[in-house]
Design a protein around this ligand. Structure first.
Ligand code: GDP
Ligand code: MG
Length: 178
């Protein structure tokens, strides 16, 4: 599912899935622009951003990031959105058990209809709100392991683990290819 040719510099489509409000757009803005805007209400348009990261062995991964403009509410539109994606980042909010259930729904959906070699990451966002935690990291990690996913908890607000999310995903991608 990689678009490019030079194995040292790959270019991949990455989509984010998850309930609306879990912080998908904030994760992208934090990763690409290094910003967090607590006042931004909705995703402005169907945004498309890209960001390149370097891994240890002088390889680079250019993520072409597709963020929904709220289409996550319409399950029927999802296949168009994740078609051709090499990476799916499935996000939930650690304070919302419902959002964790929804994440599991998306994982099943991707297993059924996504690219067979898709790399999936399970992301528990809003880790800064740990005082209101309702989803245990242990449960989420076990779920991720069972489904062959990379797991990480992040905070778009504090930037905690945001770069690690994309680096970890990039490492998984290369591991899959070799
Ligand atoms: P999306 O619908 O999944 O794209 O969610 P957004 O990125 O629009 O974020 C929804 C709301 O959650 C916004 O009010 C954000 O300010 C807030 N938010 C996003 N990420 C975090 C986070 O890591 N910590 C906290 N405390 N709030 C966050
Ligand atoms: Mg959004």
């Amino acid at each position: 599912q990689t678009v490019a040719n030079d194995p040292k510099n790959i270019r991949v489509k990455l989509v984010l899935l998850g309930d609306s409000g879990v912080g998908k757009s904030c994760i992208v803005l934090r990763f690409v622009r290094g910003q967090f805007d607590p006042t931004s209400k909705v995703t402005v348009g169907a945004s498309f951003l890209s960001q390149t990261i370097a891994l240890q062995d002088s390889t680079t991964v250019k993520f072409e990031i597709w963020d929904t403009a709220g289409q996550e509410r319409y399950a029927a539109l999802a296949p168009l959105y994740y078609r051709g994606a090499a990476v799916a980042v499935v996000v939930y909010d650690i304070t919302s058990p419902d959002s964790f259930l929804k994440a599991q729904y998306w994982v099943k959906e991707l297993q059924k209809h996504g690219s067979p070699d898709i790399v999936m990451a399970l992301v528990g966002n809003k880790a800064d709100l740990h005082e209101n935690r309702k989803v245990s990291a242990q449960d989420a990690m076990e779920y991720a392991e069972k489904n062959g996913m990379f797991f990480i908890e992040t905070s778009a607000k504090t930037a905690d683990n945001i770069n690690q999310l994309f680096e970890g995903t990039g490492i998984y991608l290369y591991r899959n290819k070799t």
